[in-house]
Design a binder for this molecule. Structure first.
Ligand SMILES: Cc1cc2nc3c(=O)[nH]c(=O)nc-3n(C[C@H](O)[C@H](O)[C@H](O)COP(=O)(O)OP(=O)(O)OC[C@H]3O[C@@H](n4cnc5c(N)ncnc54)[C@H](O)[C@@H]3O)c2cc1C
Length: 421
């Protein structure tokens, strides 16, 4: 049987994608899968084809994964798929007037489009205290950041990590494996305070301390000083510490300036609907830079996760090809530290109860988050079965018997649930 390609009248159309990260990489592949026949132009500031960021704080930082393995697809894919790539090129301006719709690059080129996809991601939030321009204070978002840090990751060197979130803690784990002396400073009373329960935060504190990391919570940095080669950190409580280098991991700022400058609605992200459509017809946005609705929770969110970037990449391709495939999924995320895999499903915003299944001391447990009896989220630590089950339960809004859920003697396959709502 010979299958005729489905041609959908898109031959003469152009899609321009701004940003060449993981969301954009998925969007170009999905556009071709959806039989978009027209021209696709992928423009990215970094000099690399779309690559995965998660290994930047894991295997790539550890030096066990070569650069080529970061790429989401090999370069042949873009050639075969007739994807025009413009790498190391920044889009400086959007022209959205009918008849002259185009993007302008910082080197003065103008590229016309029929559809525009903004996949501009985010940039690291920088420390704002005095001395934050110290040359030995680094951040980690890009391949270039890791390449800059590699020279400092020497056995015996002293590293202070500012911020006890996932990225900071993953760097701490890699640095300990490479024989550095590591201190983590966290302004909140617990590690992972913005995203996880105190129980999970305490587990990670014990885990890192067990691996020789000095962990200080309630420790807000107020000043960075010292010599060029030996920065000194002063905390608000008056303590002073020195190290060979510092890395701050204190969050992300979505790259919305380009969109906002063109009059596209932004509010802690580029505002999109569940088809990734912005407030301007024919202009879409995907990935970390979007603020989008989540139908399962009935709220608008901005997510920083690979699954979100990939799903929005698929959704935007369907939308451009005239298919209605609204994005409505349970958010999920993972983090690898030492031999511990955390998998999170759902959003725990506004939880009132945490039910633990298994014991943190056994390094294998799950924390289930509920609000008014409704399961919101799970943090599953070395518990893949519980992660998968909870993801399904959240999607179905399944009622759960809390007491029996917490009974670790009942195997995951037989976990009790109650009739759905
Ligand atoms: C160290 C680290 C570890 C992570 N670990 C995990 C993990 O374990 N699990 C997980 O789910 N997620 C993880 N994440 C998050 C995940 O990598 C992001 O959610 C994902 O990369 C988002 O993809 P994106 O395409 O939306 O944005 P990005 O990957 O940020 O890509 C956006 C690209 O757009 C470019 N750009 C911006 N403006 C312009 C412009 N005007 N012109 C041209 N180009 C532009 C940027 O330079 C960038 O290359 C991690 C992130 C980091 C940094």
């Amino acid at each position: 049987m010979i299958l005729e390609p489905q041609v959908n009248g898109s031959q003469n159309q152009t899609v321009v994608i701004v940003g060449a990260g993981q969301a954009a990489g998925q969007a170009v592949a999905s556009l071709r899968n959806e039989c978009f026949e027209g021209k696709i132009v992928l423009i990215g500031s970094e000099p690399f084809l779309p690559y995965q960021r998660p290994p930047l704080s894991k295997a790539y930082l550890a030096g066990t994964l070569p650069l080529e393995r970061l790429l989401v697809r090999p370069s042949a894919f873009y050639e075969q798929g007739r994807i025009e790539t413009m790498l190391g090129v920044t889009v400086a301006r959007l022209n959205l007037e009918a008849g002259s719709r185009s993007v302008e690059t910082s080197d003065g080129k103008r590229i016309a489009f029929d559809y525009l996809v903004l996949a501009t991601g985010g940039r690291v939030r920088q420390l704002s205290c005095d001395g934050a321009s110290h040359p030995r204070l680094g951040y980690l978002r890009n391949i270039a950041d890791v390449q800059k840090l590699q020279g400092f990751l020497q056995e015996g060197a002293e590293l202070i990590l500012i911020g006890g979130g996932y990225v900071g803690l993953e760097i701490a784990a890699v640095a300990r494996k490479r024989g550095l002396k590591v201190t983590v400073l966290e302004a909140a009373p617990n590690l992972l305070a913005r995203v996880a329960s105190p129980e999970v935060g305490r587990f990670y504190r014990d885990l890192h301390q067990g691996h020789g990391v000095q962990v200080h919570c309630d420790s807000m940095v107020s000043l960075i000083s010292g010599s060029v080669e030996r920065p000194t950190v002063r905390l608000q409580n008056g303590s002073i510490m020195t190290a060979d280098f510092l890395i701050a991991g204190i969050g992300l700022i979505p790259n919305t300036e380009l969109a906002a400058g063109a009059g596209i609605a932004c509010d802690n992200g580029i505002v999109v609907d569940d088809h990734c459509r912005t407030s301007v017809d024919g202009v879409f946005a995907i990935g970390d830079c979007t603020q989008h609705p989540n139908g399962i929770y009935g709220i608008r969110v901005r997510l920083e996760s690979v699954p979100n970037a990939l799903e929005q990449g698929k959704t935007v391709a369907a939308s451009i090809c005239g298919k209605s495939r609204p994005y409505c999924q349970v958010p999920w995320f993972w983090s690898d530290q030492y031999d511990i895999k955390l998998q999170t499903a759902g959003l725990n915003i506004g939880y009132d109860t945490v039910a633990l299944r298994g014991k943190p001391a056994d390094r294998s447990f799950a924390a289930f988050y509920f609000r008014k009896g409704r399961l919101l989220a799970v943090d599953a630590i070395n518990r893949p079965a519980e992660f998968l089950l909870a993801k399904t339960w959240i999607a179905k809004d399944q009622k759960i018997c809390l007491e029996r859920l917490a009974d670790d003697g009942i195997s995951p396959a037989k976990l009790p649930v109650e009739a759905s709502n």
